[in-house]
Structure formats: structure tokens, C-alpha cells
Write a new protein. Structure first.
Length: 230
């Protein structure tokens, strides 16, 4: 079943529960009336197909919150599990421990000014974690890049295509060419990893309380099998 059909299936279920629907191409607004059998969250809903990953999921919640609505995802059971993973335990984060938060990454790569795109030396994909600001009594926090489990700099190296079409990696500290590679895959095989942009939830959601900002409708075999509030 296509995403648009799942969206339509959820809209039909909401109509049957007494919501008023205003449909658009890739979403619908569902407004409760006096006779609505509400799904478990108050107010209007912004109904959307479940996005494939963390970025789209948080952006969808953010768009709903901007209009004082709750995001209701229409999802295949597999996609429903992904939505739950992104939005719960911990909400909007890849992980959270006593040491701090770990962020998802967006598809975009971090720019290193005119030098090109940032990369680092690591055998595994780098991750972004939140750590207390410098100083024992300092307030606030900072986002730190970790490469192979160790804190490092996001701007130690940069890469871009040279005149021959190969990827040139430069050591920004020494201002020298560290290597040239025919593809990003070859760069990674030689432990030069592109640095992604961290997905910090509050940058998309401002002060929204994420656990209360979404709901989920699971669609299987052409019908809604479950609607759950956050």
C-alpha cells in the first residue's frame, strides 16, 4: 500500500470518529467537533505519512507544533516501529546516558568554510554528543564530535573534488594534502569519514514538549489496526 493510500485510510477512520477533515496533497488537518470520539490527544491533528527516518519525523512534528496541532503519523507496522524509536526512549535522540545526550545525524555534511566539507580520521562513523560546557561551574552545554569513541575536532580535515574529479582530503592543521580518492567509499576505507550535521531536537521543535506532540496510526491490510497517542 502506498503512503497516500495509508493517509487516506487514516482520514477515513478519523471521519468515522467525527473529525472534520481538510485534505491536502501530502497531509490532512483533522479538527474535532462536539461529537468527536477523540483518539486520545486533544485538539487538531496534522495527519501525515510516516517519514523514513529521524530528520523527516522530527520535521513533521515541528510543522504540526508550529500550528498548535499534534502530528498523527499514518504508518505501515515497520515504519511505525521506526517512528516510535525516534520519538521515545529517549525522545528525539539516538541515545541518552548519565554522561549526556547522543544525537542523530542529518544527511547534510558539515561545511569547513572554503576548504570544502569537513571529515575526520575514524574507522567507524563519527557521532555527536552533548557535554557540559568547559569549567566546573559553567552553565550550559556544547555539542562534541566523537570519532572512534574519543572526542575530537570536526574541522581537522576537509575534502572536495579536485580538477581530475577525485576527492582531495586536506589536513587543515598542516595545510597539506592527506590523500586523493576516487570515491567517498574509498575515503572511508582509508579512515577519512565525512562529518554529518547533528540533529538537535530543540533546533527543530523550539520549546515543544516532544512526548506530547505526536500520535501514531498503524495501517495494515488496508485498515487502521491501532491508533495510539503519545
Amino acid at each position: 500500500m502506498r503512503d497516500t493510500r495509508r493517509l487516506e485510510t487514516v482520514c477515513e477512520a478519523l471521519l468515522a470518529r467525527g473529525y472534520e477533515l481538510d485534505r491536502a496533497d501530502w497531509h490532512a488537518i483533522a479538527a474535532p467537533t462536539g461529537g468527536t470520539d477523540a483518539i486520545g490527544v486533544p485538539g487538531e491533528l496534522r495527519v501525515v505519512p510516516a517519514p523514513p527516518g529521524p530528520v523527516g519525523t522530527l520535521e513533521a512534528v515541528g510543522r504540526a507544533v508550529e500550528s498548535d496541532r499534534t502530528a498523527l503519523f499514518a504508518a505501515h507496522p515497520v515504519d511505525a516501529a521506526t517512528v516510535r524509536e525516534v520519538l521515545t526512549d529517549p525522545p528525539g535522540l539516538a541515545a541518552e546516558t548519565a554522561a549526556g545526550r547522543e544525537f542523530y545525524s542529518v544527511p547534510d555534511r558539515l561545511r569547513a568554510g572554503e576548504a570544502g566539507l569537513a571529515c575526520c580520521r575514524a574507522s567507524e562513523p563519527p557521532v555527536w554528543r552533548e557535554r557540559p560546557a568547559d569549567g566546573v561551574t559553567a552553565d550550559g552545554s556544547r555539542v562534541v564530535l566523537y570519532a572512534d569513541g574519543e572526542p575530537g575536532t570536526a574541522f581537522g580535515y576537509a575534502y572536495r573534488r579536485d580538477e581530475s574529479g577525485r576527492f582531495e582530503v586536506r589536513d587543515l592543521e598542516d595545510d597539506r594534502t592527506a590523500g586523493r580518492f576516487v570515491s567517498v567509499r574509498e575515503m572511508k576505507a582509508n579512515a577519512y569519514r565525512p562529518v554529518p550535521v547533528p540533529l538537535v531536537p530543540e533546533r527543530l521543535l523550539d520549546d515543544a514538549h516532544l512526548p506530547a506532540a505526536w500520535a501514531l496510526a498503524t495501517v495494515e491490510d488496508g485498515r487502521v489496526t491501532e491508533i495510539e497517542g503519545a
